[in-house]
Design a protein around this ligand. Structure first.
Ligand code: OAD
Length: 248
């Protein structure tokens, strides 16, 4: 692992156009559980029953009670960990340009990154299903479930539910960045949900290096990634930053 950390630091120092693709794993050390694997949310509840837009439309109270309420409470408490901070430092150093994140927790922006594509939307805002009024999550009152807008409509978070499309401008821009970058860091994603999982493929086909950071192998590991640094995102990123700062 030491060798791969040195190699990643060298590769980052030699790159001009780095893009990061992040997933739930990068926020695990911030105490937000992932979806798949050990302790994953989808082990406890069926995503089709609770995270599909049809399920929400059919019974918003059930989805709010079982999934959204807890999620809001966990996200409200979370703070960036060393992996988020490491990516913010990479931007400060002029190495990292953009983060494409599948996460809805806002931790990259809280850590200081300024160009973050929220591929699956954000939990920072809610929208009324009827009048479309937008409201900051911090102002959503969960005393009564589901939370209601002044017009009587139900609030939903501005996240992408299963069965909904990725905002086209996010998809278009991510594809562009993936094909233009010279190095893609893929951190804490199982790389199983499309179209996000396509981005490392596009990067690779366009001649970019792909470096994965994950405690487990993924479908990208053998075929797409140049190498996988096996480990927790926070620990690996802080070692890479220490090594990189020595090189610069
Ligand atoms: P997953 O939950 O599918 O995968 C989490 C990944 O993080 C796994 O590969 C783990 O091995 C890895 N992991 C766990 N702990 C880690 C740590 N400390 N450091 C680094 N990696 C760690 O999450 P995503 O790939 O983000 O979509 O899932 C993609 C999408 O599926 C989510 O955005 C969500 C979900 O359904 C929607 O809700 C639309």
């Amino acid at each position: 692992m030491e060798d791969l950390i040195k190699k990643a630091a060298k590769d980052l120092a030699a790159s001009k156009d780095v893009v990061a693709l992040t997933g739930a794993g990068i926020s695990v050390e911030s105490k937000i559980p992932p979806f798949r694997g050990k302790g994953g949310l989808w082990e406890k509840i069926d995503p089709m029953e609770y995270a599909h837009i049809d399920a929400f439309n059919k019974n918003p109270t059930k989805v709010w009670n079982v999934l959204l309420k807890d999620m809001k409470e966990i996200i409200d408490k979370a703070i960036p960990n060393d992996a988020h901070k490491g990516l913010a430092r990479l931007e400060e150093l002029g190495i990292l340009k953009t983060i494409i994140t599948q996460n809805i927790d806002g931790l990259h922006q809280m850590a200081g990154n300024t160009d973050v594509i929220e591929f699956h939307g954000t939990y920072a805002w809610h929208r009324c299903m009827d009048c479309k009024n937008r409201c900051k999550s911090s102002r959503i009152d969960l005393t009564n479930i589901p939370p209601l807008c002044d017009c009587g409509g139900i609030y939903r978070p501005e996240v992408v539910f299963f069965g909904e499309i990725i905002p086209p401008e996010h998809l278009w821009r991510s594809r562009q960045l993936a094909s233009d970058c010279d190095l893609m860091l893929v951190i804490g994603t199982s790389a199983t949900v499309q179209p996000a999982a396509l981005m490392p493929h596009i990067a690779k086909e366009s001649g970019s290096k792909v470096i994965e950071i994950n405690p487990e192998e993924t479908p990208l590991t053998e075929s797409i990634s140049d190498y996988l640094i096996l480990g927790k995102a926070g620990e690996v990123m802080s070692s890479i930053i220490t090594e990189l700062e020595r090189l610069l």
